[in-house]
Design a protein around this ligand. Sequence first.
Ligand SMILES: NC(=O)c1ccc[n+]([C@@H]2O[C@H](COP(=O)([O-])OP(=O)(O)OC[C@H]3O[C@@H](n4cnc5c(N)ncnc54)[C@H](OP(=O)(O)O)[C@@H]3O)[C@@H](O)[C@H]2O)c1
Length: 160
Amino acid sequence: MIIMIAAVAENNALGKNNDLVWHLPNDFKRFKSLTTNHHIIMGRKTFESFPKPLPNRTHIVITRQTDYNPEGCIVVDSIEKAIALCPEEEDSYIIGGGEIYNLALPFTDIIEITKVHHTFDADTFFPKISKSEWQLVESEENFKDEKHLYDYTYETYIRK
Ligand SMILES: NC(=O)c1ccc[n+]([C@@H]2O[C@H](COP(=O)([O-])OP(=O)(O)OC[C@H]3O[C@@H](n4cnc5c(N)ncnc54)[C@H](OP(=O)(O)O)[C@@H]3O)[C@@H](O)[C@H]2O)c1
């Protein structure tokens, strides 16, 4: 399965200035537990937003640059090539950012969204998910607390 995973605000905001605009530690933990030991596909900008590659995951980075070769990554020049590298019998994750979510949506089987219940100033946005194509099958509400400034809901969508 190809699974898209994203944290998305009420106004579809994903991030600003190549960084996230919220800090939700439980969502980071969930991202880590879902993606560890899997292939993760990302755009060059998202890769560069990390201080270093994420441990125990196979990184596939998409770029148009022909001489881009960061250590510890597989580099490709299209979403098709990225997906072809993912083992068919395993789950692989599309982890962003905005450009790559748009490119990958037609290849995606499942979308795992953490809906952040707030509106943010942003420069990168998640694509619109059509209710006629995607069905919400699971939803788990979480409420703000001392470590989480916003309410957030884990939502799982499958392609209809
Ligand atoms: N909220 C979340 O869950 C989440 C998740 C991930 C990222 N983010 C945020 O999203 C932002 C980054 O997203 P972004 O949309 O700016 O960038 P991105 O999708 O991470 O990467 C864009 C780059 O991908 C490459 N690319 C795009 N289309 C391509 C194509 N058709 N063929 C080959 N290469 C292609 C290009 O790399 P080159 O320029 O090198 O050619 C392009 O600059 C940051 O703010 C980050 O924090 C948020």
